[in-house]
Design a protein around this ligand. Structure first.
Ligand code: PEP
Length: 254
């Protein structure tokens, strides 16, 4: 079924690329994705954001951060506020990435607080949800993803929802080379859309971009993106090479 949702391919560079390396990658990406028929986002480390904003000005590449703190300012050593990101010219931010949940004690509640702070500052937010292997094997994937999504969106208004993208990222597929089958991706993305319908109404739910993330690459992107509720991808490893990332963008543009 045709829809009017924006297809978004976002690269999550994680803790990779010095500023010098970021310049090289962006220089290669600009011509490689210039003809994209989808939105292209790169989420760089904090240290490369200012350079990325500067280098991509006037191109079709949008810049995002990988995390944001929920307070506006104060004694939070090492943290970065939403206002600081906006001030740099950053447009997107990722919240709730599984690596932050796993290694930095991120909880559904803090994901919600970060999401609200980012939206209130005018950022667009890529909210990550997804089950781990044990949860999938226990058969609780849908309940778990519904719960994560529902808590992440507590207090997010219908008016703010167009600034929200949900990224379904099964933890067992991230950085492992194990991709969810396109049917598995569709099943969970469809279930997220159903929840959005319950929370915001069916018409609104139909407008929200839902991405799949987890070892998406040039070989599997087209099939995953062909599913009706998969509106884009959050790409880790394959976003670090211009040709691989551009191939995924091309697949999303078809
Ligand atoms: C990610 O970091 O969000 C991700 C999906 O990583 P990878 O593509 O490497 O699995």
């Amino acid at each position: 079924m045709e829809n009017n949702r924006k297809t978004i391919i976002a690269g999550n560079w994680k803790m990779n690329k010095t500023t010098t390396e970021a310049v090289e990658l962006i220089d290669a990406l600009i011509p490689a994705v210039a003809d994209a028929q989808c939105e292209v986002v790169i989420c760089t480390p904090f240290t490369a954001l200012a350079t990325a904003v500067e280098k991509t000005r006037g191109t079709n590449i949008h810049v995002g951060a990988q995390n944001v703190h929920f307070e506006q300012s104060g004694a939070f050593t090492g943290e970065i506020s939403a206002e600081m990101l906006v001030d740099l010219g950053v447009e997107y931010v990722i919240t709730g990435h599984s690596e932050r949940r796993q290694y930095f004690a991120e909880t559904d509640e803090t994901v919600n607080k970060r999401t609200l702070a980012a939206l209130n500052a005018g950022l667009k937010v890529l909210v990550c949800v997804g089950e781990n292997l044990e949860q999938r094997e226990q058969g609780v994937t849908e309940e778990l993803v519904r719960l994560q999504t529902k808590i992440a969106l507590q207090g997010v208004t219908k008016e703010q929802l167009p600034q929200v993208v949900i990224a379904y990222e099964p933890v067992w597929a991230i950085g492992t080379g194990k991709t969810a089958t396109s049917d598995q991706a569709q099943e969970v993305c469809g279930c997220i859309r159903q929840l959005l319908g319950e929370l915001y109404g069916e018409d609104t739910a139909q407008t929200v971009t839902i991405q799949y993330g987890g070892s998406m690459n040039p070989a599997n992107a087209e099939e995953l993106l062909g599913k009706p509720d998969v509106d884009g991808g959050l790409i880790g490893g394959a976003s670090l090479k211009a040709d691989a990332f551009a191939s995924i963008v091309a697949a999303a543009s078809r």
